[in-house]
Design a binder for this molecule. Structure first.
Ligand code: ACM
Length: 705
């Protein structure tokens, strides 16, 4: 089991065990194997190399393939809607960019047989994606045709993404391998939560994130729009919300409409979150009368849990919320609205005599009881606008309407308790992307935990889950590398059959998907590269690139505690330009395992990798001398070539079979320990220590053989 967020996510430090290594980038240079060459080779004479992500429910590979060249034509079912036509045009554009073929953008004339046919019943032009739509599709490719059939347009959109992922080079051109795919998602709610509250995410970030989501079949953007640190959406009825609560950084209503439409075109629902009664300071700057203390209030720059809370006992609060939700209901067509509900500490309530008197008069002994009362009133307001409520764990109470969906972020017992009380649920605790979980940890955590002891009926109440990217430590330049490619592993968990648990195969396909996402425009590769160049102060930052490849950011809680981060903290350190679960982490694990099995190619690659660390260290020190922000990372910098030398020595003992001298292993173990020590001020962890420890132990054993 992986560590889960416990009570206060923001002050939690989860320390990773030594073997929780990870990291590589320009290591593609050293490991020198292009992504497609690393993929499994065709087993049966068929050219199909499965890099699909998420894995479809069933894939049958057949002999032959369909060449993609200028002659490719396409046809849509006669009554196709603008959404399907635009989806097909995007597909052709992307196919063209991937293959270099010049593809006709006009559908084939009626009656002429097209290479690619897409059939799905049209939905009405205004239809918004909705929970539980039929997303299934069937995709058949043979040597002459590709046919995509779906019961609903959204299924055709999902199938188009699969089709694009099938494209592969072959025989000097590009092909679609012959396949029969029947696919449908395991869960209907497959979300990604974004938090522009802490750090604003301008619309281009949202657009490219939606493109990435569509590529891996995520279908809900959960948009956490209001926080203590910022009120990020324009209200025309209560304009002081954004005017005084956002520092000028908010989405206009037109931007929101455009984003919702862009998402809908990709079959993605947008569920807004307006966090209340806590996490609400930004509301109170312009409207202090909504608060439980007199104010005045100012936008919070500090993270964590604050005392500010909406006043739950005044009718004026509910009148305000009624008008506000009425306005928001016009902007967000989705049936679901998230009201947050997390981390409301009740302090302001207990300190307010009118609120305390209300609690006493209603026999409420605790503030969660009062919060339950608040939730019930808010839920009734939402129902008037035909909206269903979603809330974090804390909204769960015995008086809550069973219609409310519970989003789990604590231990799974909340999800289980919710399901036992008849609530539909979303699982998120294991999918917090601001924790440095590896892609395999994210992938293996199941939305229906095996130990949950739910009846089949209760298990059906689990709608799926959401990967959550909280905003304390991200900027528009860094957010992509926190989300991608790991969120693709989560997307697969939500879409693919439960039995899909092969992490090796997942990593192989994730590598391919990461490049495809980069092609789509996500900046998880280019953002960190740019950050490293800026730190290095030169375009020739090879030493720094090699160094960054063996590092990842410290966990959320460690950074918060060590750097004392707030909204004002500059996010421009090395930690911001290294990636969680970087590619080298898993590659290194595999190389060490290969070397320990005696695989000579792996031994050579490892050796050149270790040498590159030793050789690049002086150059890195020269860069650091002129880069104050790199200079800070002094102990990780000085340990790095020592780890390289350790590896070289271990390999040479292993190769020669000679015993290392007495004390060698102890010295290496001490060094490994030192390299694993938290280094406040450096904020990065090595991801290679576990396999190195294995290598050292094996080298030490060579003396007894
Ligand atoms: C949360 O992480 N406070 C929902």
């Amino acid at each position: 089991m992986i560590d889960r967020p416990q009570s206060f996510r923001r002050i939690l430090a989860v320390h990773l065990p030594l073997q929780r290594i990870d990291a590589a980038l320009a290591l593609a240079l050293l490991l020198a194997v292009p992504a497609c060459a690393q993929q499994a080779s065709p087993a049966d004479g068929n050219e199909f190399v499965n890099t699909l992500m998420p894995l479809p429910a069933t894939v049958v590979s057949k002999p032959g393939n369909l060449r993609i060249d200028n002659s490719l034509s396409y046809a849509l079912s006669g009554d196709s809607s603008p959404r399907l036509r635009q989806g097909a045009l995007r597909l052709l554009d992307r196919l063209q960019m991937r293959t270099g073929a010049e593809l006709a953008k006009e559908p084939a004339p009626q009656g002429r047989e097209a290479t690619l046919t897409i059939e799905a019943p049209a939905s009405s032009a205004e239809a918004s994606p909705a929970l539980g739509e039929d997303e299934s599709y069937i995709l058949d490719v043979d040597e002459h045709h590709a046919s995509l059939r779906a019961h609903a347009e959204v299924g055709a959109l999902r199938g188009m993404e699969t089709l694009l992922q099938l494209v592969q080079p072959s025989g000097g051109g590009f092909i679609l391998p012959a396949v029969h795919i029947e696919d449908a998602p395991r869960f209907p709610w497959r979300g990604l939560m974004l938090d522009p509250g802490r750090h604003f995410l301008p619309p281009p970030v949202i657009y490219r994130t939606l493109d990435g989501m569509a590529a891996v079949k995520l279908n809900v953007l959960h948009w956490h729009l209001t926080e203590d640190q910022g009120f990020r959406i324009e209200s025309r009825v209560f304009p002081k919300l954004q005017q005084q609560g956002s520092g000028g950084l908010y989405y206009t209503q037109q931007q929101v409409r455009d984003i919702v439409a862009y998402a809908a075109a990709r079959g993605i629902r947008v569920v807004p979150e307006f966090d209340m009664p806590g996490h609400s300071t930004s509301w109170l700057v312009g409207y202090p009368e909504l608060g439980s203390a007199p104010g005045p209030y100012s936008v919070e720059h500090e993270f964590g849990v604050h005392d500010a809370a909406l006043n739950p006992v005044e009718d004026s609060t509910y009148r305000f919320l009624d008008t506000f939700f009425g306005e928001m209901a016009q902007l967000f067509p989705d049936e679901y609205v998230h009201i947050g509900g997390d981390e409301s500490n009740g302090k302001q309530w207990l300190a307010n005599p009118r609120i305390k008197a209300f609690m006493d008069a209603h026999g409420m002994k605790t503030t969660p009881e009062l919060q339950a009362y608040f939730n019930t009133r808010v839920q009734k307001i939402l129902a008037r606008y035909h909206k269903r409520m979603v809330g974090w764990d804390e909204v769960l109470s015995s008086t809550l309407s069973p219609d409310v969906v519970i989003q789990n972020w604590h231990g799974s017992e909340f999800l289980v308790n919710g399901a036992k009380q008849g609530h539909r649920g979303l699982f998120s605790g294991p999918y917090y992307l601001d924790y440095t979980y590896t892609a395999s940890q994210l992938f293996l955590a199941d939305p229906v935990p095996a130990d949950a002891a739910l009846t089949p009926e209760q298990a059906k109440l689990i709608l799926g889950g959401e990967a959550c990217q909280w905003g304390e430590h991200i900027s528009p330049q860094t957010i992509d590398s926190r989300i991608w490619p790991r969120a693709a592993a989560v997307a697969e968990r939500f879409w693919s059959p439960a039995a899909d648990r092969d992490t090796e195969d997942m990593y192989r396909r994730l590598q391919a998907e990461s490049l495809r996402l980069d092609e789509e425009g996500t900046t998880h590769i280019s953002g960190p590269e740019r950050g490293l160049r800026q730190l290095a102060g030169t375009e020739q930052d090879r030493a720094l690139t090699l160094f960054a490849a063996v590092l990842q950011p410290v966990n959320f809680g460690a950074r918060y505690q060590q750097q004392h981060t707030s909204q004002l903290t500059a996010l421009d350190r090395l930690v911001d330009s290294v990636r969680p679960d970087p590619p080298l982490r898993h590659e290194f694990e595999l190389l060490v395992d290969g070397a320990l099995r005696g695989n000579s190619a792996d031994i050579e690659r490892l050796e050149s990798l270790f040498r590159s660390w030793v050789d690049a260290a002086p150059e890195l020190d020269r860069l650091a001398a002129n880069s104050p922000l790199l200079n800070e990372v002094s102990s990780r910098r000085s340990d790095w070539p020592k780890l390289g030398s350790m590896g070289i020595e271990a390999l040479s003992y292993l190769r020669s079979g000679n015993a290392p001298p007495a004390g060698w292993q102890d010295a290496q173990t001490a060094l490994l320990r030192e390299a694993a020590e938290p280094r406040p001020g450096e904020l990065v962890d090595f991801v290679v220590l576990g396999p190195l420890e294995k290598l050292v132990a094996a080298a030490n054993r060579s003396k007894t053989q």
